[in-house]
Design a protein around this ligand. Structure first.
Ligand code: COA
Length: 477
């Protein structure tokens, strides 16, 4: 794995006296880890849990990502301990730094919430000296992650063949909108992927148009898939000694998350989808899976019911699941004990055509209490249900702060902001959640400490324009 040049000790006194050299060590040249026992496996650490370093400590990532899908992936890997070096265009940076700005002059929350715990270096990849720097980074990093439009990385000269020759251990991970096929050259954003991946056609109400969901299943969802691909490739590299390409198409990622609807598409060939409320309403099914409103999508029927205050509070609702094992308890609580034995309601099959009636009755009951009171009451009876939480409520929820799922960080130009921490909890690797870097904040640090450039060389690079924004006054003259 990657090591910083400052950690490399000179072998002799003579070597120690020599001026600092550019030390770029090929990841493939590293010595194998010490074998501590007969079977070649290291002994279990005797450090207390949480003090044995982070899971991805020692892994270095050349992060060429922008907007959301790629940054989601690399931020998660940074939270897990990887050293993520984000390469940005001098003077401009990731376009999201300036998008949806709320604080004038400060990086937007769009950017800061997707690029925490990373370092930022500015490099013009189209400048010859910029390419020299990138070559060194490729040699010293374990993984390159990118989500440029199709062909952009190749146009920079960074083809797989080129990278693989320079560093055979490097893993090259990409997000693209589509995999190989008719649309492979297309640029794609979140909602395009939601539509092309089957999510939009199956979201919303039957009477309405297709609907996109606010959960960023195309961008963040694909970034998460990519992270899994990367750690799998890292694991395989231990055995094979070589890197590989990892590709996640957003269409594929969305489809993976919408797989239950492809399940239903095939079930349609064998008859109506009886758990869809459309069935109970007597509306015939067409050739494709319909939009199912708030139907549960699983084997236990569910729906969203109103709670007290719904007239003025748009989020005064509860998701309620009529799970079969607790049906009797539900009947008792809502005041319908007769439904426990009534043949029209007593079995899950009998209830399917009557879901609308059942949820209307449950709603009559839940409208007498707040969503939190309803949640407390039904939880006592083991009924799966959940309040519809607004973003305001989530931002204020102390239990999410306590677990590190919502984290407050401080930023030099925008001040304190909330970010989403690591949703994956590892018992031996606490999450490393820090603020996002300013544009080019770590350029010199990386040039000197990671890549081994000396002061004179850095000054020369600066003067060349490879790491600084073009001087507009000169261009105009
Ligand atoms: N120095 C010099 N040039 C740089 C650079 C750097 N450090 N970083 C980027 N660039 C250049 C690229 O080389 C490319 O130039 P080229 O097209 O002349 O070869 C250009 O900047 C921008 O790349 P591109 O990815 O085309 O940006 P875009 O803003 O036009 O498109 C997307 C944005 C998201 C639509 C597109 O990147 C895309 O489809 N990505 C894949 C799918 C994806 O991830 N989508 C979700 C995004 S959340």
């Amino acid at each position: 794995m990657a090591t910083e040049s400052k950690r490399q000790k000179p072998k002799s006194r003579a070597a120690a006296k020599k001026p600092a050299r550019k030390v770029v060590k090929l990841a493939s040249a590293k010595k194998p880890a010490k074998k501590a026992n007969g079977n070649g496996l290291p002994k279990p650490s005797n450090k207390p849990y949480g003090q044995a370093g982070l899971a991805l400590q020692g892994v270095r990532i050349l992060d060429f990502t922008h907007v959301q899908s790629g940054p989601t992936c690399t931020q998660l890997l940074a939270y897990m301990g990887a050293d993520v070096i984000k390469v940005e265009r001098p003077g401009a940076g990731d376009i999201t730094r300036g998008q949806l700005r709320d604080v004038p002059g400060a990086d937007s929350l769009y950017f800061t919430m997707l690029n925490g715990s990373k370092r930022s270096i500015t490099i013009d990849s189209k400048h010859p000296k910029g390419m020299d720097i990138l070559n060194r980074l490729i040699k010293t990093c374990d993984i390159l992650v990118e989500n440029f439009a199709p062909g952009a990385l190749d146009r920079m000269g960074l083809t797989w063949e080129y990278i693989h020759k320079l560093n055979p251990r490097m893993i090259v991970a990409s997000v693209k909108g589509f995999g190989p096929g008719p649309y492979e050259d297309c640029k794609v954003y979140e909602n395009v992927a939601q539509c092309a991946g089957g999510a939009a056609s199956t979201t919303g109400f039957r009477e309405g148009p297709p609907l996109v969901t606010s959960a960023q299943i195309g961008d963040s969802g694909t970034g998460l898939h990519l992270a899994l691909g990367i750690v799998s490739a890292l694991y395989q590299r231990i055995r094979t000694g070589r890197g590989q390409r990892v590709l996640c198409a957003m269409q594929d990622g969305v489809l993976n998350l919408t797989r239950v609807k492809l399940r239903d598409q095939q079930r349609l060939a064998h008859g109506p989808l009886t758990e869809y409320s459309q069935f109970g309403e007597g509306v015939p099914f067409g050739v494709a899976v319909p939009r199912a409103g708030n139907d549960s999508g699983g084997g236990q029927p569910g729906w969203i019911v109103k709670c007290r205050g719904w007239e003025s509070d748009p989020d005064a609702y509860l998701y309620f699941i009529t799970q079969a094992p607790v049906w009797n308890e539900i009947c008792d609580v809502i005041g319908e004990p007769g439904w426990k034995t009534d043949p029209d309601f007593a079995t899950p099959k009998a209830r399917l055509p009557r879901l609308k009636q059942i949820f209307a009755r449950i709603e009559q009951f839940t409208m007498t209490m707040t969503k939190f009171e309803a949640m407390d009451l039904f939880n006592k009876h083991d009924v799966p249900c959940g309040p519809i939480l607004s973003m305001k409520e989530i931002a204020e929820e102390q239990s999410l702060r306590a677990t590190g799922t919502v984290v407050e960080v401080d930023h030099p130009t925008r001040g304190k902001y909330l970010t989403v921490g690591n949703p994956v909890k590892l018992s031996d690797s606490p999450a490393d959640v820090r603020r996002s870097p300013l544009l080019g904040e770590h350029t010199e640090e990386i040039l000197s400490k990671v890549l081994g450039y000396n002061g004179a060389q850095i000054a020369e690079i600066k003067a060349s324009g490879a790491i600084t924004a073009p001087d507009k006054s000169k261009a105009a003259a």
